[in-house]
Design a binder for this molecule. Structure first.
Ligand SMILES: [Zn+2]
Length: 319
């Protein structure tokens, strides 16, 4: 398989679109220039030349008169056999590992671009997904240090989409052991829970009931606790070293009415960045966790500064 690194921008675009079409239809491409131009939406002479270059290099005409890509054919075949064997035995797909999928030749961001053609998700959806899993790993349930990362249930390298129904929160540990496992670990009712979370989020652009008419108790859902302001939140966010799940952090910020403590929190964050060994070692809590757990009350964690560790029992201090 030829490398795609030398391709021009137009050629790269053509390559991606042809491959996407290939996987989408699970069929070889037609040996018909006009059809190829249409697939790639190639209108100008340059674009059409790029399409033909790519088609000839990567999708040569095969015995059956269609344009084939060997790797794509293999992958499609593998998908089908994986689907069958998984239905039977569940685990027999262990052979395929990360990076062996169809999109291996592309960089991660290119693969992501590919996945986004198939579907996308909003920040709100991801934050709601985290929220309904209590910011925990959906597989092992651990309280991750920091935040769970986005795990694509069907990996992007295997043609998974980037939409929320293909994304679950997973700790880095589970994620790194994922292999070819495409099990959905999310709570069974995630779809409903997600919808509810999205609707109940004060940040969602639903009908604003900002007027202070407290007469209609039946129509408006009253928030459980009075919401504080969030004028200082951005300053806090600015200094906070881990920028994740902003909306849910903002929600907690308001709930707790932290505007009035903003100076203290900002100072605490700055102090921890400088002086907290956990933080400087990269173990920075998820901002939502920081706010929720009122972590500014935690002791600054320091490895004991002992210039001469005793030979027994302190070995862990060595680097
Ligand atoms: Zn986990």
């Amino acid at each position: 398989m030829q490398d795609t690194a030398h391709l021009s921008l137009a050629e790269h675009g053509a390559y991606t679109m042809l491959l996407d079409h290939y996987y989408g239809s699970e069929k070889p491409l037609p040996n018909d220039n006009t059809a190829l131009f249409r697939i790639c939406r190639a209108f100008t002479q340059d674009e059409q030349t790029a399409v033909m270059n790519v088609a000839d290099s990567f999708f040569p005409v095969n015995g059956d008169g269609c344009r084939h890509n060997k790797r794509a054919d293999k992958e499609i075949e593998r998908r089908h056999s994986v689907g069958q064997s998984r239905a039977k035995a569940g685990k027999s797909a262990a052979k395929s590992r990360w990076g062996e999928g169809e999109l291996r030749g592309l960089t991660r961001s290119e693969r992501l671009a590919e996945a986004r053609i198939k579907g996308t998700h909003t920040d709100e959806e991801w934050e709601a997904m985290l929220l309904i899993h209590d910011n925990k790993c959906s597989k092992c349930g651990c309280d991750c240090i920091g935040a769970p990362c986005k795990d694509h249930i069907t990996p992007i390298v295997l043609g998974g989409s980037d939409s929320i129904d293909n994304i679950q929160p997973m700790c880095r540990n589970c994620n790194s052991k994922k292999g070819s496992d495409t099990t959905d670990h999310r709570r069974k009712d995630w779809e409903n829970a997600l919808q509810n979370a999205l609707q109940n989020s004060p940040l969602m652009p639903r009908h604003t009931t900002s007027t202070s008419t407290t007469t209609s108790t039946s129509t408006t859902t009253t928030p459980k606790s009075p919401q504080g302001g969030s004028e200082r939140f951005d300053e806090f966010w600015e200094v906070y070293p881990k920028k994740m799940a902003k909306k849910s952090a903002l929600t907690k910020w308001k709930r707790k009415g932290l505007d009035k403590m903003a100076d203290q929190l900002i100072a605490d964050v700055k102090n921890r960045i400088e002086n907290d060994d956990q933080w400087s070692g990269g173990f920075i809590p998820h901002p939502t966790t920081y706010i929720n757990g009122e972590r500014w009350n935690d002791e600054i964690s320091k490895r004991r500064q002992q210039p001469s560790p005793s030979p027994t029992g302190n070995a862990f201090l060595d680097l």
